[in-house]
Design a protein. Structure first.
Length: 111
């Protein structure tokens, strides 16, 4: 997939998908209840971070990630927090627009 390009009044900015994947992975790791990321299924090209996919265009990113969540927590609430935080961080740090964030809870673990 090609890199993501944002046009600004002073020129274009190109951001590699690996950079977005790194932001997603770091943000998800900081979210409450997330134990880690996992590769999940090997559908699509997995980028630098296992379990993170970045698709779509710069104006409508589609992000997917597979997470391992701490046992005993409400999975829907953890997933909603992850979606919200990833959308916020990616848009704030890159200027790209996030269309969707698909969170797949791949496993639960007692920590």
């Amino acid at each position: 997939m090609p890199d993501l390009t944002v046009d600004t009044p002073r020129g274009a900015i190109t951001i590699a998908r690996d950079v977005v994947a790194d932001i997603v992975a770091e943000t998800a790791a900081r979210c409450y209840g997330v134990v880690g990321l996992t590769a999940g299924s090997r559908v699509g090209k997995l980028l630098r971070r296992e379990g993170v996919t970045v698709g779509g265009e710069a104006s409508a990113l589609r992000i997917g990630l597979h997470v391992v969540v701490e046992y005993g927590l409400n999975l829907a609430e953890v997933a909603a927090t992850i979606r919200s935080q990833i959308t916020y961080d990616v848009e704030r740090l890159t200027g790209l627009t996030v269309e969707s964030v698909e969170v797949v809870v791949q496993d639960v673990r007692v920590t």
